[in-house]
Design a protein around this ligand. Structure first.
Ligand code: RIB
Ligand code: CA
Length: 314
């Protein structure tokens, strides 16, 4: 049974790989639409990058919407050009998109579509700050019971943060949105830094991707070769973490991942730790579990899946 998804994303090279993996994976996944959010780079760029990625995959039919231009509460938009480059998709030289941006606001699209589809028909895949999804939940609380599941990349606990010592980027950009999503009651599968830091694009793995004779694979190699340099310098690890594709890989082969259903709450007040995901992994509180916190991954199996699927694209 195919999983029908809407991807909310701030491309970003790792977002691009996650989207390409999804587009390469019928029948496990049907991508119904993409909603751009502000995050790695401002909204105008993420909305353009989302369309570039669809056209790279030969899928100009995928409707792409633009959501909110920044966080919900009065916080400046924090971006990550230092990682992703000035365009957010530095690396390959992709042509400007010719497919149009849909005219409706992405938040209204989410609400209208969730109300129109049968209850539980749609899964939301969140690859960036959660502003759009939280705004939709605020504007239309009735949609919470209509969402099958939110599978998201964000947060961290044992691994700490990556934009501050305690906060992961997606949750730091819009901590209030993350708080709303984790309090929504919608079933959540969380791919935190604890698992994405175990998915490292080593030189050997990059070499195997480079051997795939497709345009999409060549673009992915150029993307990852650009974005890895920041993480390699920062962590000195064997390869750069590949965050967002953990979301779509989970929907294709959930058996690659394992975790624990626990309570996760988001810090929204402290200037020191704002955006921190406080994961009660050892269940020391009586707070109700609200997320499947993924901590383990078969990283070799992940890259085998990625290689196999990228080879299916043009
Ligand atoms: O912290 C990693 C996350 O922040 C990823 O989604 C990456 O694309 C950036 O948005
Ligand atoms: Ca992202």
């Amino acid at each position: 049974m195919t999983r029908r998804i809407i991807i909310d994303t701030d491309p970003g090279q790792d977002d691009a790989v996650a989207i390409l993996l999804a587009l390469a994976s019928p029948p496990e996944i049907t991508v119904e639409a993409i909603v751009a959010c502000a995050g790695n780079v401002p909204l105008a760029l993420t909305a353009s990058n989302a369309r570039k990625i669809c056209e790279l995959a030969g899928r100009p039919d995928i409707p792409v919407y633009a959501g909110c231009p920044g966080p919900m509460a009065a916080r400046p938009l924090v971006t990550a050009e230092h990682v992703h480059g000035s365009t957010g998709l530095n690396g390959p030289d992709l042509p400007e998109p010719t497919m149009p941006l849909q005219p409706r606001h992405g938040v209204d699209f989410l609400i209208d579509t969730l109300r129109a589809e049968p209850r539980g028909a749609l899964t939301l895949c969140a690859l960036g700050p959660l502003t759009n999804i939280a705004m939709a939940l605020i504007k239309a609380p009735d949609i919470a019971s209509r969402i099958r599941e939110i599978v998201l990349m964000g947060g961290g606990y044992f691994e700490g943060g990556n934009i501050t010592p305690t906060a992961e980027f997606n949750f730091y950009v819009d901590p209030h949105a993350a708080d709303i999503v984790f309090r929504s009651g919608v079933p959540i599968v969380m791919q935190p830094l604890d698992v994405t830091h175990r998915v490292l694009t080593t030189p050997d793995r990059l070499g195997r991707l480079r051997a795939i004779p497709t345009r999409a694979a060549a673009a992915v190699v150029a993307m990852l070769t650009f974005s890895e340099r920041f993480d390699l310098d920062k962590y000195g690890s064997a390869g750069a973490p590949l965050h967002d594709p953990c979301v779509t890989a989970y929907l294709i082969r959930p058996e690659l991942f394992s975790g624990r259903h626990i309570n996760v709450e988001i810090e929204t007040m402290s200037p020191l730790t704002i955006g921190m995901s406080v994961a009660d992994f050892w269940r020391v509180t009586k707070r109700a579990p609200n997320a499947l916190f993924i901590r383990e991954v078969d990283d070799a199996g992940f890259y085998a899946l990625l290689e196999e699927r990228l080879a299916r694209l043009p």
